[in-house]
Design a protein around this ligand. Structure first.
Ligand code: ADP
Ligand code: ADP
Length: 227
């Protein structure tokens, strides 16, 4: 579903953000991208979303060659992706519900259909009761869960979350991770970056980056594989 072949990414003038990255992610996997700040985690996620292009090597996502994708192809790629990035803040001039409805409205859904599906998405992250509120009135962790609802409301195949638990206390962070894991459990492929190693205890697959290189990459056997 996602394949990197000998990928390097340099930002101008000559900043090596990623060097010689090869990896593949299968449908339905839950992958944690770990490593210190500046390791290249968000660059890796941006390459998957075609927010950046590889300098060398190839990135393939759901059959799209990211290095060659045309602007006209971007909406088709992005339809498969649920993005949870710090840059994409919730809009404060409208309700939580309206924020989650927005991706559906943009895709041409009717208001009643968008509202029904947005409510279902908010219900899945445990925030249906906050639907009429302004995002500003919610805690940081709740806002992050609204962002998750907005990212999954279009039923994407892949969720990319860049440091979704940054600046949250442990309890709020756990709720955010549980919300992401709930979508993983219904078959959505998830990539989650974190510099917080405490979350890796229960991870089934971890790719550890440092200075733009894969330092370590491991996968824990699933209970089915052990049996
Ligand atoms: P992480 O997400 O692990 O913190 P990043 O992918 O954000 O790492 O950054 C990797 C490296 O690339 C860092 O050295 C960072 O300063 C640099 N970098 C990231 N984005 C840009 C950019 N747009 N222009 C120049 N350098 C960048
Ligand atoms: P609906 O089919 O009306 O969208 P569901 O209760 O079946 O309602 O799903 C609720 C919400 O769960 C969806 O609107 C969507 O936000 C979210 N969702 C996203 N991806 C998936 C998925 N792969 N499987 C199930 N639910 C998903």
């Amino acid at each position: 579903m996602i394949e990197f072949r000998q990928v390097s990414k340099r930002y101008p003038p000559n900043i090596a953000a990623l060097t010689d990255i090869s990896l593949s992610v299968n449908k339905g996997e839950l992958v944690f991208l770990a490593g210190p700040s500046g390791a290249g985690k968000s660059t890796l996620l941006k390459l998957i979303a075609a927010m950046e292009r590889p300098t060398e090597g190839s990135v393939n996502v759901s059959g799209y060659d990211i290095g060659r994708i045309r602007p006209s192809g971007l909406p088709y790629l992005r339809r498969n992706l649920g993005l949870i990035f710090q840059q994409q803040r919730l809009l404060d001039d409208r309700s939580v519900l309206a924020n989650v409805m927005l991706p559906l409205i943009v895709c041409g859904a009717t208001r009643s259909d968008a509202e029904r599906r947005a409510r279902a998405a908010l219900d899945k992250v445990g925030l249906l009761d906050k639907a009429p509120m302004a995002p500003m009135m919610l805690s940081g962790g709740e806002q992050q869960r609204v962002s998750i609802a907005r990212a999954i409301v279009n039923r994407p195949q892949i969720i990319l979350a860049d440091e979704p638990t940054a600046n949250l206390d442990r309890e709020a962070a756990n709720k955010v991770l549980d919300a992401l894991k709930a979508f993983h459990s219904v078959g959505v492929t998830c990539l989650i970056s974190t510099h917080d190693e405490q979350f890796l205890d229960t991870a089934t697959r971890v790719i550890y980056l440092d200075h733009g290189r894969i330092l370590e990459s491991w996968r824990r056997a699933t209970p089915q594989e052990i049996a």
